[in-house]
Ligand binder design. Sequence first.
Ligand SMILES: N[C@@H](CCC(=O)N[C@@H](CS)C(=O)NCC(=O)O)C(=O)O
Length: 203
Amino acid sequence: MITLFHAPQSRSSRIIWLLEELGATYEIRPVSIFRPMTGKGLPDPANPHPDGRVPAILDDDRLVTESVGIVLYLADAFAAAGLAPVPGDRRRGEYLGWIAWYATELEQAMFAGLSGALAQSPGKQRDHAAVLARLRNALVEGPYVMGAEFTAADVLIASALGFGRSAFPDDEVLDAYVARCRARPAAIRSLARDDQSGLQVAA
Ligand SMILES: N[C@@H](CCC(=O)N[C@@H](CS)C(=O)NCC(=O)O)C(=O)O
């Protein structure tokens, strides 16, 4: 049984989306977090995350933290759902590359764009342009970053873009990708569950 420690409209929302895509049975355990944008909220003593953050999951008694760690863990644990090429599959390397790219390139470029740090740093501008070009090139082919196949990498990338779209220029290709991902039935179901508390979802 998977238990997700969740705060509404945060990085744990994407894990609800993933769990819905995977057809998993899971429970949402709502926790409070500190919200830096408003300065409000306190870490919840009921949250097992060592930093009091979300997302965190318990798989029975096994704790997994970090969006990337959780996405890799769940997509492999529910391999039958087909959201992750399994070890040995020739697409596995590309898949891992996109997930690492999300964590090390996309997040940095997005927050540089959102914070205004771009304007002061030619290095960040170069990285930002590279992120945009790589994403666009993949999505012009599309419809997902790995082509025809929707993978768990799209959950990370599309959810980040959904939050930080304004960090990048107007672009029909990016907008269509975010809209396409948001229109997936699992994404729509996850929105309805984002704000509900104490919920148990049976597959
Ligand atoms: N690298 C972490 C970041 C987690 C994170 O910062 N989550 C925010 C919510 S979006 C949080 O829990 N903030 C509470 C805090 O900073 O104390 C991940 O991707 O899981």
